[in-house]
Design a binder for this molecule. Structure first.
Ligand SMILES: [Zn+2]
Length: 510
């Protein structure tokens, strides 16, 4: 339990910054008149007590740092917050105890906000400390800022509720509490369960260091698969009587390493051995390896077949059986909607980059110095709209990809992380608590809420999104990559959370 800056001091710094030099959405940017509905959401989110309330929720979820499908406390806190605000909340959906949908309003259009809240293993780090220093060694941490993300969506949705109530707006706002994004595991199941069936448009969000959005293909499709081999045990010193399942894993890995040379360059492939025996003097009769196979939507199925052949080769060569091929997840590339991104960009520009305090700039510079990246402090301007870069984009993956294929969707990236901080790394965990995280998620919430107001009140804008979406999906109709019998992997993080939860609760920042 230790932060460099005591929490009350952080609160003061944030409140002062918002009161004095913070971004001021209440004042119209330029000559454009802000619609009264939009002004309601911006004013409510700009209140210092709103900033603090959702900042504290985000900090609590940061402290819980729960892994995918184990986010019991995080999901409950968010669902309770929405329920107390008057939303109808359905919990435990699509076979996942931590999945929820919160709904307010009535009739069409239905605007969906996505919100994630899971952490990553091995990344525990003290808040706002600019050098690696775990809070609980080996424990999970919020290395992708998901603590700020569903919090931003919840804040935005509650702001939109004020506008619906005060202006008698027609339409529905929904928050999709989406577990396990770090293992890309929830959205394909949520789609399968019909949760997105009536949604007209989706506003996704992600934390980062910039403030912006984009359209076109983003990231890679992914198949996340565990291959398990079964052999025959024997004394390690009389191993001729046995058949090693670990040998099968190693032969498979050697085969996939040779495969790399012959894959389209935008592919990604990585693995960890999750089970490989327990002692050298006992031939392991069970071994497992967990693969992430990533490529474009067009290439992923063929690439996966070749990886599967490497697994079969490992079994054949070692005289073992490929006993189980378990799909943890399978998700599409993101196909972000251009009209949606253009609309969200206008609201990002309206909100503007938050103003950062000298303490926040100093922390960013200290972290950048430690990481040996450009020492530039926090960003001062929002990003320009990003256009498409082609089909084979490369990089990571998100199960938001499947959502983009069932409703027009774009992602609002909001700030908080120091530029140069690395995703899935302790440096991002260090950034996502207090000060900059509160302001970043608040700025994100304003852009999300303002965009939701546009979609609820301007049918001509919504029509642009829908027309583009209908044309795109006519060309490539949605077909999920998950096998028909795949279930959400509820057990995948159970052991790790059982081990670390008590230690983390002891270290929790209250
Ligand atoms: Zn993420």
């Amino acid at each position: 339990m230790s932060t460099r800056v005591p929490v009350p001091a952080l609160v003061l710094i944030v409140l002062l910054a918002f009161g004095a030099a913070g971004s001021s959405p209440a004042a119209p940017a330029g000559p454009a008149r802000i619609a009264p509905e939009k002004q309601i959401v911006l004013d409510w989110l700009a209140k210092p007590e709103t900033v603090e309330r959702f900042g504290r929720i985000s900090d609590a979820i940061w402290s819980y740092a729960e892994l995918g499908l184990q986010e019991f406390r995080s999901s409950k806190l968010l669902a309770d917050t929405l329920e107390e605000a008057g939303f109808k909340v359905e919990r435990g959906l699509a076979g996942m105890p931590t999945c929820f949908v919160a709904t307010y309003g009535a009739g069409r259009p239905v605007i969906g906000l996505l919100g994630e809240f899971d952490a990553l293993p091995m990344l525990s780090q003290k808040a706002r400390v600019p050098a690696q220093d775990p809070l609980v060694a080996g424990a999970p941490g919020h290395g992708c800022g998901h603590n700020t993300m569903c919090t931003a969506a919840a804040a935005a949705a509650i702001a939109v509720k004020q506008a619906i109530d005060q202006r008698g707006l027609k339409g529905t706002i929904k928050v999709f509490g989406s577990p396990a994004e770090e293992i890309v595991a929830s959205r394909p199941h949520m789609i399968r369960a019909g949760l997105f069936a009536d949604v007209d448009a989706v506003i996704d969000n992600h934390s980062g260091s910039g403030f912006g959005t984009g359209y076109g293909r983003i990231g890679n499709a992914v198949f996340s698969v565990v291959f398990t081999f079964k052999g025959k045990t024997a004394h390690g010193a009389n191993a001729w009587a046995g058949r090693s399942a670990l040998d099968a894993v190693e032969i498979m890995n050697v085969a996939t390493e040779y495969l790399r040379e012959h894959l389209d360059p935008a592919y990604r492939m990585h693995y960890v051995i999750t089970e490989g025996g327990q002692a050298p003097n006992v031939v392991p009769d069970r071994a497992s390896v967990w693969y992430y196979v990533r490529n474009s939507d067009e290439r992923i199925e063929e690439m996966y077949e070749r990886v599967l052949n490497c697994a079969k080769a490992g079994a054949l060569a070692s005289g073992t059986d490929l006993a189980d091929v378990r799909f943890i997840a399978a998700a599409h590339q993101q196909h972000a909607n251009k009209a949606a991104a253009e609309l969200y960009q206008k609201n990002i520009e309206l909100v503007g980059m938050p103003a950062w305090t000298e303490e926040e700039q100093a922390f960013a510079r200290a972290l950048q110095t430690e990481l040996k990246v450009k020492v530039e402090g926090m960003p001062s301007k929002v990003d320009p709209l990003r256009g498409p870069t082609g089909e084979s984009v490369g990089g990571g993956s998100s199960d938001v990809g499947d959502v983009t294929l069932v409703a027009p969707t774009a992602t609002i990236l909001f700030p908080g992380r120091a530029p140069g901080a690395i995703a899935h790394h302790w440096s991002t965990v260090a950034c996502n608590f207090g000060g900059t995280a509160w302001k970043g998620l608040n700025a994100g919430a304003k852009a999300i809420a303002a965009s939701a107001i546009d979609l609820l009140t301007k049918p001509e804008e919504l029509k642009k999104l829908r027309t583009e979406f209908d044309e795109d999906t006519k060309k490539v109709p949605y077909k999920g990559f998950l096998p028909a019998d795949a279930k959400p992997p509820l057990d995948i993080n159970e052991e790790l959370m059982k081990k670390y939860r008590p230690l983390m609760e002891k270290a929790e920042i209250k």
